[in-house]
Design a binder for this molecule. Structure first.
Ligand SMILES: [Zn+2]
Length: 88
């Protein structure tokens, strides 16, 4: 079972960039988990993204780590080609 970190002050999902628990009953930061995808890289996933990607990877017959590593490579490419100015 995956361990989630609750109420981490700096919690932020690497995929959807969520920082707040979306559940209206919880006034806290989003529950996150860290996944080691190899090459000394770790991804931070929120609880929603974790279960979403876990299901997707299982449907495709990939391990979660392989799946996330692929997604991470893609999102790095997207970030480079799609730089937006910070609006906050
Ligand atoms: Zn997320």
């Amino acid at each position: 079972m995956q361990n989630f970190i609750y109420n981490q002050p700096e919690a932020k999902c690497d995929f959807c960039e969520a920082t707040e628990n979306p559940h209206p009953d919880y006034d806290e930061t989003i529950p996150i988990t860290r996944i080691d995808i190899g090459k000394k890289r770790k991804l931070t996933l929120c609880i929603n993204c974790f279960f979403m990607h876990k299901e997707c990877s299982e449907k495709k017959g990939h391990s979660l780590v392989a799946y996330l590593s692929k997604l991470n490579n893609l999102s790095l490419i997207l970030n480079k080609s799609n730089k937006k100015p910070q609006t906050q």
